[in-house]
Ligand binder design. Structure first.
Ligand SMILES: Nc1ncnc2c1ncn2[C@@H]1O[C@H](COP(=O)(O)OP(=O)(O)O)[C@@H](O)[C@H]1O
Ligand SMILES: [Mg+2]
Length: 311
């Protein structure tokens, strides 16, 4: 998996419980061991980076090892932050008797489906843009979900929409400035906010869609449902020209597990699923991680998995 370390950004996705947090943490730890300055970001509300690293990690970057920093962001907090930011941006732009109604509308939008993901995406864009200069590698313990993929894959539409708004505002301003400012351009704060958003969005998209800079890894276990889910996800991503670079096949029965009748049965089933994975994803690089005897809830166990990423 040597080449994965050369990307700027790596996403880990997959079904719940397959080992996204475990493998993204192990991968980040491996990168740090190779002296890459690494930021590990979890966007899972059920955070477990804190447990894995035995450190309280939160909304602020926290140093975990020599070269590794951790950050946990929550969709709920991001949504709240985002809403407050929108309200702040509009403060002073709308007439005071309208403010209450505008705020009510924003609060209603905040509880509509997809709004947390949109807010999370906004923060993700910020992290990508602000931190890529500070780190050699940013690892995300999360897949772009269907919603994020749509946000990424519809920028033309979004840009066209923003562009239209910008043009309309500009022509209004030109008229204004002719009447009011003797033709001098007027400063339009809403124009500025929209322009800024558009620029940020395009810049992040450029990085996230660049398959030399950003890698997408799917984690699965050799079982029926995770295989089906991975097949769907790989297809969805590739429809939008995001290539899934590699698969992590986690919780593979180790050789030393013995061969009782029970284990034999498990092995036979696993063999069938591993063959399926080989056939279904033949063009993709795969890393097989062993099932350990216990949960991976300590640095020691995590380091065992880390060494697989360094082999
Ligand atoms: N290779 C493994 N061997 C043993 N336990 C594992 C292994 N990988 C993950 N686990 C355990 O499985 C559970 C789910 O892993 P986790 O990384 O939290 O999954 P996800 O982030 O995808 O929900 C955790 O209890 C973790 O300790
Ligand atoms: Mg997790």
């Amino acid at each position: 998996m040597e080449n994965l370390f050369s990307f700027d950004i790596v996403f880990f996705g997959g079904k719940g419980g397959v080992g996204k947090s475990t493998s993204s943490s192990a991968f980040a730890l491996a990168a740090a061991k190779k002296r890459k300055k690494t930021l590990l970001v979890s966007t899972d509300p059920a955070h477990n980076l804190s447990d894995l690293f035995d450190e309280e990690i939160g909304d602020k970057k926290r140093k975990l090892t020599d070269c590794l920093w951790g950050l946990e962001i929550s969709p709920e907090n991001e949504s709240r932050r985002y809403i407050n930011q929108v309200k702040d941006n509009l403060k002073g732009l709308v007439k005071s008797h309208m403010a209450e109604e505008v705020n009510r509308q924003i609060d209603m939008a905040a509880v509509s489906p997809g709004s947390e993901e949109a807010a999370l995406f906004d923060r993700l864009v910020e992290i990508v843009l602000d931190e890529k200069e500070n780190f050699d590698l940013i690892v995300f313990d999360t897949a772009p979900t269907g919603h994020t993929v749509r946000l990424l894959s519809l920028p033309e539409l979004m840009e066209a929409w923003i562009e239209g708004m910008l043009q309309r505002r500009q022509s209004i301003n030109e008229n204004y400035s002719q009447w009011l400012n003797d033709g001098e351009p007027v400063d339009d704060p809403i124009y500025r906010v929209l322009m800024n958003r558009k620029d940020k969005f395009s810049a992040a998209r450029k990085v996230l869609m660049d398959n030399k800079r950003t890698a997408y890894i799917y984690v699965l276990v050799p079982e029926k449902l995770p295989i089906a889910e991975t097949k769907r996800a790989v297809k969805l991503l590739e429809k939008t020209e995001l290539r899934v670079n590699a698969l992590v096949v986690n919780k593979c029965m180790p050789v030393h597990a013995g061969d009782s009748e029970f284990i034999q049965k498990r092995r036979n089933q696993e063999k069938r699923y591993l063959t399926q994975i080989e056939e279904m994803f033949s063009s993709r690089e795969k890393l097989y991680l062993p099932l350990l005897a216990e949960d991976i809830s300590s640095r020691e166990a995590l380091e065992t998995i880390m060494s697989c990423f360094l082999e």
